[in-house]
Ligand binder design. Sequence first.
Ligand code: IFM
Length: 452
Amino acid sequence: MTFPKDFTWGAATSSYQIEGFPHADGRGASVWDEFCATPGRVHNGDTGAVACEHYTRSAEDVQLMRDLGLRAYRFSVAWPRVMPTGRGPANAAGLAFYDRLVDQLLEAKVEPWLTLFHWDYPLPLYREGGWLHPDSPQWFADYTHAVVDKLSDRVRHWMTLNEPQCFMGLGHQTGIHAPGDKLPLDQALLATQNVLLAHGLAVQVIRSRAKSPPLVGWAPTGEVPTPATETEADIQAARETYWQVPPTSVWNMAWWLDPVLRGHYPEQGLQAYGSAVPRFTEADLRTMHQPLDFLGLNIYHGYSCRRSADGKIEVLKPSAGSPHLHNHWPFHPAALQWGPTFVHERYGLPIVITENGTATHDWVFADGEIHDSSRVDFFSRYLAALRRAMANGVNVKGYFAWSLMDNFEWAEGYRFRFGLVHVDFATQKRTLKDSARWYSECIRSNGEFLPD
Ligand code: IFM
């Protein structure tokens, strides 16, 4: 089976990870600017202040996308560029950057896929309470309003939030990411609820104001438990584990996806969180539950599990020496088969893989090239797994490689390279890696040469 003719092949980035120029054209501060400036927070004291200088190099970067034959590019808008203090009048100069970028993309026949929030939360709003503030959903809706009014004549694909589990879990529960908070569970769930409401209000704004017919989704993430064997018992063990809400953490799928796609919190989650669940009304649930056109999934890794003889679920440890990504995540292609499969079974919505990729140990070889053969193998085996899910009836509309280019990997600074394109951060020189040429050929042939 090849991929459907209209399959969307793309690559993704996010604003803070590539743009640099944190003070240009009136941009305000984000929680990530402050976090990076705090000693000990980010590996090596790295910051996103320069990153890939995409803010002034977007024309060159779009040319790379054109050369690679990308059909689509997923990027995020920096809220503090559009509204420097997080709310109030829109900053025309900040919006003008995205206006130009969208024009450049369309001119290159690369479809813009816009994410409204990929973690660079306005610092002044955080100081007022951030996602804990009861007005925070409306702040996000007002920001969405400004972006939609400016870009929706040309942008058709919209995603509200990137990886809410991550900016809540790492940013607000364990404090590893900005803003570095360690909230108790009840507070983390209150912030989570405001994020879910923000998503719902933003979808309403997009649908009511967009100037061209919008296609709306969002991009949650999660590790995928996969069945050790394809017996019904092991598949059910993996499925149950995938939808489980753990009692102390916001890292899970069902608590986030059920209200958005089914209109209620999952019963098992309500029991697991117990008295930490915030008060909510039927109207809140209705706000979260807005019709979506697609569900984005960011999938990188997973683990095997099975049903043991006593009926319990057993998580299998990776065997000694088994392959892992440069940042130590396990190499687990089956995640891209079973994640979309379980999500398809539960919600039935078209799926787009909004991120998938790997950090590998890349450097420029003596011949001037970047021979990242393990990334090629990663893409080819993960995509083969995705195709297996599709052959079994899972409706997947597109795939975005993470990332177009090496960039600022949050608390890990610049030590992990995820790009198809190598960036020399000292000179800003871009060089296609072997994997970029491979991906380009994969797009051209519509994945024809992928292994079974
Ligand atoms: O770089 C991140 C991205 O911002 C969100 N998803 C995972 C990527 C790799 O860690």
